[in-house]
Design a protein around this ligand. Structure first.
Ligand code: PMP
Length: 431
């Protein structure tokens, strides 16, 4: 199948696709490897944007899904009781860290954030939201409005009144070059200034990704969200942690990204990895916050038996195999290997656990170099490694392998990546 076939049949041509005219058609997968339609196998360091969280063809997940499908009922309606859904909600509520937690299931991260925004605006009786520049929260009307990444936002048509806080970009902008303490101080000053000047004083919530995903794995120092929350609490403003990319142990040191910040969010949203390929998302919050929505919340497919069966099996797998610990160990191998590199085009290696970003610039400057980034990206594929791209300027490569990554796979991927960077560096270096 070619890219042209897709253009003719599916959505307009602007729908993003990796590798352009040489787009990949993945037809099978096993462990951390996928095979394309031509029969070539790749080591996958992106998992379809951190979605195949525990790898391909995991027997425990396939069996759980097959068992459900084998009953003859993939789904009827959430108007009936669904055992797997309730069991999964109980488990997620227990590990969420939110007291008296309840879960509302959706099919995607966008719907999860949309629901969280609905809840927060209802609790606070305000449609004012704070969001972070360079963020990504989804493709629904409200979530686009709180997305501060120029390729993806459309806040001009927002149903919400959104004000923006600076992102923790240490390479350029107002946070450039700041150490941890200074960055937190600058971020808190920014928050206070925004609250005092451009909001009407009754803000509903701040929505934040603990590590910005689509934005290129930009993240502030530990404690940043805690420092924000101290200020927010003065006015009863809620904190929504978008854990769509950072949840379930991916960041290694913590199960949720927010835990690096000494905070308990009012609402947590999740999606992607918990379904390991099946459509599953949701919101966690205290009963009081969740019940504030006066209208009935309903989703035809949210928490359906197949997705919920997958979700239960994935969560059990993550916990039973200490995948958080594995993310920490494999993440350190990758991080150490990458931080030891010294190439003119590589300006920053950042992230936590198995969520690592590499930022490429024009040598000797902090000017983004998307061309060099694409070159490394393509060379990785040639070498048999799939990675992700991202960042506001398209100059960040993103690594988000499955949390089951083995040490030899980490080293294999690292070697391919280093070769690709070395080759691109000779091509893009200015002498
Ligand atoms: N939040 C974050 C942090 C995301 O990365 C994404 C997806 N890239 C979403 C929300 C939206 O999720 P979905 O595509 O499942 O709607």
């Amino acid at each position: 199948m070619s890219l042209l076939d897709r253009h003719r049949a599916v959505m307009p041509s602007w729908m993003p696709v990796y590798y352009g005219d040489d787009a990949l058609e993945i037809v099978s997968g096993s462990g951390r490897r996928v095979t394309d339609a031509s029969g070539r196998t790749y080591l996958d360091f992106f998992g379809g944007v951190l979605t195949t969280m525990i790898g391909y063809d995991v027997a425990e997940i396939s069996d759980a899904v097959r068992r459900q499908v084998g009953t003859g009922v993939a789904h009827t309606s959430t108007l009936y009781l669904i055992r797997q859904q309730v069991e999964l909600a109980e488990k997620i509520a227990r590990i969420s860290g939110i007291p008296d937690a309840r879960v509302f299931f959706t099919n995607s991260g966008s719907e999860a954030n949309e629901s969280a925004l609905l809840m927060a605006t209802n609790v606070r009786r305000s449609h004012q939201i704070l969001a972070i520049k360079n963020s990504y929260h989804g493709r629904t009307f409200a979530t686009m409005a709180v997305t501060g990444h120029r390729s993806w936002s459309s806040s001009a048509l927002s149903p919400l009144s959104v004000n923006w806080l600076a992102s923790a970009d240490r390479l350029r902008g107002r946070m450039a070059g700041l150490g941890d303490g200074d960055l937190i101080d600058a971020a808190v000053d920014d928050l206070r200034e925004v609250l005092a000047t451009v909001t009407a004083g009754d803000v509903a919530a701040l929505i934040a990704e603990p590590i910005q995903g689509v934005g290129g794995f930009v993240h502030g120092p530990d404690g940043l969200l805690g420092a924000y929350q101290k200020v927010l609490a003065e006015s009863g403003i809620l904190l929504i942690a978008d854990e769509v990319q950072t949840g379930w142990g991916r960041t290694g040191d913590h199960f949720w990204g927010y835990q690096a910040h000494g905070v308990t969010p009012d609402l947590i949203t999740f999606a992607k990895g918990i379904g390991n390929g099946f459509a599953l998302g949701g919101v966690v919050g205290s009963a009081a916050v969740m019940n504030a929505v006066p209208a009935i919340s309903f989703s035809t497919f949210g928490g359906n038996p197949v997705s919920a069966a997958a979700g239960n099996a994935v969560l059990d797998y993550v916990l039973d195999h200490d995948l958080q610990g594995n993310a920490r160990r494999m993440g350190s191998i990758l991080m150490e290997g990458l931080r030891a590199l010294s190439y003119d085009i590589l300006a920053d290696v950042r992230g936590r656990g198995l969520m690592i970003g590499l930022e490429f610039v024009r040598p000797g400057t902090t000017e983004p170099d998307p061309a060099a980034t694409v070159r490394v990206f393509d060379l990785c594929r040639e070498g048999g490694l799939l990675v992700g791209k991202g960042g506001l300027h398209g100059n960040v490569l993103r690594l988000g392998p499955a949390l089951t990554l083995a040490e030899e796979e980490a080293r294999e991927g690292l070697a391919i990546l280093i070769d690709a960077i070395a080759t691109a560096d000779t091509e893009f270096r200015t002498f």
